[in-house]
Design a protein around this ligand. Structure first.
Ligand code: ADP
Length: 492
């Protein structure tokens, strides 16, 4: 089935290519948009047609609604896929698409709006009987109210922006003295980042796990989940490693959590692909929010279920009925995703954009690499620092880890600092191997202690590779990587 003749992808980088890949397999023509900073980017070449959308700053390009709608009309696109980030959860954009007669590939704008407010969505989930993190029922109205609630739920608490996203503006408050200032700072940050100063308070769970459920629902009232993902390994409240299924999942917990996830979908009248996020601590779980879009980490779910989530999104947007029922969806094996960011893991994850001088991506059994980079590509400073998603699949979690370690050795990225050595450290970490992770995992001493060593090893490896490559010894470089791997395995 084709569903659409032409789809515009209002995004860039790996996710634009991911969506185009699904379209190409379905014989759907793709329209790319690009900023002046992206004129040589892979997603521009991959599409059937590409249009310059504006200058590098996102407000002038990938967030430039008028221009994007204009390009959609000009190119004859019937639908727009927003990817993630940029306009993906912007209800006014989704509304504008429907007013313009263009299909927005996602849920209805009303659902996006309702879910975009963390306060509103928490409230309706509480009403539907889904457990939520204890906290203020609405926005914080006065300092006195905040103090009362914080006293009641107990410190530490977290101040969050209702319209927030991307971990921006969240502040942990340890005691009453720090509360006033955190609320005023939170309101200022929320106003400047999201144009809405509403903040609320909830109990800050110490070392919870982040577990989420992928869901799919059609416009005819059918909803299924595609099982769970564990996304506890984060930096600055943003995910770095995701896996499916969660290593702590039991049939009983999965039953309870998936029922809550489906209740969230049904209560909100949700359709298309979405993610219901929960925090889990000490046997209890709490609804945190719903992401009304394709997630970065949808890959791991695709690897264990065999379902192409982007194709399902296209079919649902075209008004199709889900082609399967819950009992027809099963899990096979285990998958892990490592986000490869152009960042310095030893220097507070400072972005390190620049030119990729050498690039060779891993392969072999159980590997999937989604990326928008290539040799000679210059990573622009204007956008997110994620440059690739390295995913492994294995019959068991152990095999997925072994494949990931092997792939990290095969991966050659010369020219910018990346999170590769950090992933290396994580994949060899005893606690990770045992499945004992939580949202503060990366701050733990055991990982910090080994990280510097892995970064130094990685630098040495890349220097050796670069030297071999300079001498035209491509094969020596590859075998060098493999023998380094063998040596490191012997050390363990
Ligand atoms: P955003 O929408 O900005 O990404 P989320 O509400 O999804 O923010 O939270 C992102 C991350 O922040 C979570 O995965 C978790 O690590 C941390 N977090 C959020 N709320 C809490 C809480 N109440 N207790 C502990 N950690 C939290």
């Amino acid at each position: 089935m084709k569903y659409f003749e032409k789809v515009l992808i209002a995004n860039r980088g790996e996710i634009a290519i991911r969506v185009m890949r699904a379209c190409r397999e379905m014989n759907i023509e793709t329209i790319a948009i690009y900023s002046t900073a992206d004129k040589d980017a892979l997603h521009v070449k991959y599409a059937d047609e590409a249009f310059m959308v504006g200058e590098a700053p996102p407000a002038k390009s990938y967030l430039n609604v008028d221009r994007i709608i204009d390009i959609a009309h000009k190119s004859g696109s019937e639908a727009i896929h927003p990817g993630y980030g940029f306009l993906a959860e912007n209800y006014s954009f989704a509304k504008r698409c429907s007013e313009e007669g263009i299909t927005f590939i996602g849920p209805s704008w009303k659902t996006i709006r309702a879910m975009g407010s963390k306060i509103e969505s928490k409230q309706s989930m509480r009403d539907a009987g889904v457990p939520v993190v204890p906290g203020t029922p609405g926005g914080v109205k006065s300092a006195a109210e905040a103090k009362n609630i914080a006293d009641e739920i107990g410190y530490p608490v977290i101040v969050k922006a209702s319209a927030g996203g991307g971990g921006i503006g969240m502040q942990i408050v340890e005691n009453e003295q720090a509360l006033d200032e955190a609320i005023s700072a939170g309101m200022r940050m929320a106003e400047s980042a999201f144009g809405d100063s509403t903040v609320f308070i909830e109990k800050y769970l110490v070392k919870p796990r982040h577990i989420e459920f992928q869901v799919l629902a059609d416009e005819h009232g059918n909803a299924v989940h595609l099982y769970d993902r564990e996304c506890s390994i984060q930096r600055r409240h943003q995910k770095l490693v995701e896996e499916a299924p969660s290593p702590i999942m039991t049939p009983e917990l999965r039953e309870r959590m998936s029922q809550s996830a489906i209740a969230v979908v049904e209560t909100s009248g949700y359709w298309n692909a979405g993610t219901v996020e929960f925090l889990y601590a000490d046997g209890d779980y709490y609804f945190m929010e719903m992401n009304t879009r394709l997630q970065v980490e949808h890959t791991v779910t695709e690897l264990i279920t065999g379902i192409d989530i982007v194709k399902q999104q296209l079919a649902i947007a075209a008004g199709e009925t889900l082609p399967f029922e819950q009992d027809e969806i099963s899990i096979r094996g285990h998958a892990i995703e490592c986000r490869i960011n152009a960042e310095d893991p030893l220097n507070n994850f400072t972005a390190d954009p620049g030119k990729i001088q050498r690039y060779r991506s891993p392969g072999g059994p159980g590997m999937r690499v989604d990326s928008g980079i290539h040799m000679g590509y210059t990573i622009p400073a204007s956008y997110d620092s994620m440059i690739a998603k390295l995913c492994s699949w294995g019959m068991t979690r152990q095999e997925a880890i072994a494949r990931m370690r092997r792939a990290i050795y095969e991966y050659v990225i010369i020219g910018v600092k990346t999170t590769l050595p950090l992933h290396h450290a994580i994949m060899h970490n005893k606690h990770f191997i045992e499945g004992n992770t939580h949202t503060h995992f990366l701050q733990e001493e055991h990982i910090q202690k080994t990280l510097a060593r892995y970064v130094r090893e990685e630098e040495k490896r890349m220097q050796t590779l670069a030297a071999s490559l300079r001498q035209g010894k491509e094969i020596a470089a590859i075998t060098g990587a493999v023998s380094a791997y063998i040596q490191s395995q012997k050390k363990e």
